[in-house]
Design a binder for this molecule. Structure first.
Ligand code: NAD
Length: 436
């Protein structure tokens, strides 16, 4: 099939290269010219494992092309995937201006049937607003052009985006017409997973309800971890014991310093606001969000309790990205924890395998904060090592070497990546989250 994808971010680019990989012809419309230039050369502007290889393959096979011109995308295909950002407004609601712009500008250009597919995460009934906007502009142009809107939320996770896209747990498609249903069935029918057809509002809601539920699971286990710390129980074993119950499941029960990223923080707030706008007080999710906000303060308290005064102390930080295998630092816990440590007078040596360039844009090197070439030079002469992201590299670190390099062998592990007993046997003082 011929497909158009608007927006070449994590979701749009993954969607585009995966569909191209599956044999479709894809035109990607991205409004930032420098991104388009990079992509045409086969370079991905962010880190996502395997994405560049698939991009190069698609370029070589001539199955993907990039442009800044929406007109080219609208002409190219009858199926247009909207993959633009839906950031947070100051009141917590989703800022839908990028989605509105795509709908409006498409309506000004289209001369034949189009299926506008929302892949961006949007509040329930956004499809109705897209429809109204397109109708208005078509009316103004005196054009009677058939079109449909559909919702096809994306569930991929950064760090494993390609695998998640190609082998999803399920595909959700919200449509109103038989024509739209047929097109999207044709596109997805060979995927080996359940395909759920719904109305668009239900589909839009499935995405927000899923993300908020996952965030809730993490905040829940974090509260249980707090309790474990008070009573001397072990959260890892509590989570394992809970996880064998099929009704609960093992995933998203890892205690730590909280969730971040470009999705959970804004999506949960948008869901709360959307519910509020419809007269539903989703107080449960407000608490989930509050619990998460407190994690950074609690972690810094833990660091202070372990070290005593932080003034003038040099601390190593391993991990800046909001999760491993990405360079994305949007709403990362590191962004909440580092300013608190600096306020306490600590001197920081930061290291992350991929996210340092992005972090330097927010925190350029200064007299209080510096970046290390590798994880070992980060710990040299430090009074403690703080782990903020569970990169595999850190899990496999040579801890004997780390101990020798540090001034004091203290590890404060915000992601529970180490076995406390083993680390203590190596001569470290170890503080995890909810573990004795
Ligand atoms: P992103 O910010 O990485 O990418 C969005 C891209 O769209 C940017 O490159 C931007 O320049 C481009 N863009 C904006 N307006 C445009 C326009 N009018 N024409 C062409 N290009 C335009 O965002 P993302 O992380 O890919 O997320 C996109 C959407 O998908 C959001 O709604 C997000 O919530 C959702 N989502 C994200 C993830 C994730 O893991 N990142 C997962 C599932 C769903």
């Amino acid at each position: 099939m011929r497909l158009t994808v608007v927006g070449a971010g994590y979701v749009g680019l993954t969607t585009a290269v995966c569909f191209a990989h599956l044999g479709h012809e894809v035109k990607v419309v991205e409004k930032l010219p420098h991104k388009v230039e990079l992509l045409k050369e086969g370079k991905v502007p962010f880190y996502e494992p395997g994405l560049e290889e698939l991009l190069l393959e698609s370029l070589r096979k001539g199955r993907i092309d990039f442009t800044t011109q929406l007109s080219e995308g609208v002409e190219f295909s009858e199926v247009i995937f909207i993959c633009v950002g839906t950031p947070q407004n100051p009141d917590g609601s989703a800022d839908l201006s990028q989605v509105e712009e795509v709908a409006r500008e498409t309506a000004k250009l289209m001369n034949s049937y189009k299926l506008l597919v929302e892949k961006s995460t949007v509040p329930v009934n956004t499809h109705k607003l897209i429809k109204r906007t397109v109708e208005r502009y078509l009316r103004k142009r005196g054009k009677s052009v058939e079109f449909d809107t559909a919702s096809n939320p994306e569930f991929l996770r950064e760090g494993s985006a390609i695998k998640d896209f190609l082998y999803p747990d399920r595909i959700v498609i919200g449509v109103e017409s038989e024509k739209a249903r047929k097109i999207l069935w044709e596109l997805y029918k060979d995927f080996n997973c359940p395909i759920i057809f719904t109305d668009p509002a239900t589909s839009e809601l499935i995405k927000h309800a899923s993300n908020s539920f996952l965030a809730m699971k993490i905040s829940y286990i974090n509260m249980v971890a707090d309790l474990c710390e008070k009573v001397g129980a072990d959260i890892k074993l509590v989570a394992e014991g809970m996880g064998y119950d099929k009704r609960i499941g093992k995933d998203f029960l890892r205690a730590g310093i909280g969730w971040g990223g470009s999705c959970f923080p804004k999506d949960i707030k948008a869901f709360i606001k959307m519910a509020e706008d419809h007269g539903v007080d989703f107080s449960l999710l407000k608490e989930v969000d509050k619990i998460n906000s407190r994690r950074a303060y609690q972690f810094v308290e833990k660091v202070k309790n372990a070290i005593w005064s932080l003034r003038g102390k040099t601390l190593a930080i391993w991990g800046l990205s909001f999760k491993p295998n990405t360079d994305d630092i949007r709403e990362a816990p590191s962004l909440r924890i580092i300013p608190l440590l600096l306020k306490e007078g600590a001197l920081l040596k930061l290291y992350d395998p991929k996210a340092m360039d992005n972090f330097k844009k927010v925190y350029p090197p200064s007299k209080d904060l510096d970046y290390a070439q590798d994880m070992y030079s980060a710990v040299k002469g430090t009074s403690a090592l703080l782990i903020l992201t569970e990169w595999e590299e850190f899990e496999k670190a040579d801890l004997s070497k780390v101990r020798e390099l540090m001034e004091l062998p203290i590890i404060i592990d915000g992601r529970n990546i180490y076995n406390p007993e083993e680390v203590r046997r190596l001569g470290f003082e170890y503080y995890g989250v909810g573990v004795p």
